[in-house]
Ligand binder design. Structure first.
Ligand code: 5RP
Length: 218
């Protein structure tokens, strides 16, 4: 089974969490795209969606699935999104697709966060995947120096601007032993919009696609 087929298996299993009349929060990335495509098959069941990126909103709309503004939708019962890494406590690294800030907002506004991923995303310690940090452009060099003080190696994501008009620094060589503490540290730096550590609001359920089908950790 390919990695993409495992992503699809996880997305299929997440459909079980979709209930009638829900407004569903939708993540970003190739796994979330599988979920969007599958959601199209049951779109009559839901009241609408809130998207975590322009790309996901466009894909949802291409299927005729209504996309709402989070301010109008209010508290969501369900958010479904992928991840770049997860530990066994369901702390995540996200932002490989650059949508981390809106993803963290929608996750925060949702009662249940179901994370969908292929089994290769489960790790013992977060940080092998370069940690994305969304930064206000004028703070780029300052935040890069702060990252070096932490022992990380910041790399500007070339040619990329977030949906919010900011840049991404991808941080290499960080071993994230204390995810909550590291998340708080980054978020305390002026100029950081969001760090891609999801530990203050981890996932509630992790569905891993494996060659033997979906494996659920909660
Ligand atoms: C986007 C994300 C994605 O969830 C993450 O990058 C995983 O992507 P994929 O499903 O393509 O492996 O955080 O900002």
């Amino acid at each position: 089974m390919t990695q993409d087929e495992m992503k699809k298996a996880a997305a299929e299993a997440a459909l079980e969490y979709v209930e009638s009349g829900m407004i569903v929060g939708i993540g970003t990335g190739s796994t979330a795209n599988h979920f969007i495509d599958l959601l199209a098959g049951v779109k009559g069941k839901i009241d609408g969606t809130v998207a975590s990126s322009i790309a996901s909103a466009e894909r949802l709309e291409s299927h005729g699935i209504p996309v709402m503004d989070l301010n109008e939708a209010g508290q969501l019962s369900l958010y479904v999104d992928g991840a770049d890494e997860s530990d066994k406590h369901l702390n995540l690294i996200k932002g490989g697709g650059g949508a981390l800030t809106r993803e963290k907002i929608v996750a925060g506004a949702s009662d249940k966060f179901v994370c969908i991923a292929d089994e290769t995303k489960l790790v013992d310690i977060l940080g092998k995947f370069p940690l994305p940090v969304e930064v206000i452009p004028m703070a780029r060099s300052y935040i890069a120096r702060e990252i070096v003080k932490l022992g990380g190696q910041p790399e500007l994501r070339e040619g990329f601007t977030t949906d919010n008009g900011n840049i991404i620094l991808d941080v290499h060589n960080l071993e994230i032993m204390e995810p909550v503490k590291m998340e708080d540290h980054f978020n305390s730096l002026p100029g950081v919009v969001t760090v891609g550590i999801f530990a203050r609001r981890p996932a509630d359920v992790l569905i891993l696609g494996t060659p033997d089908g979906a494996r659920v950790i909660s």
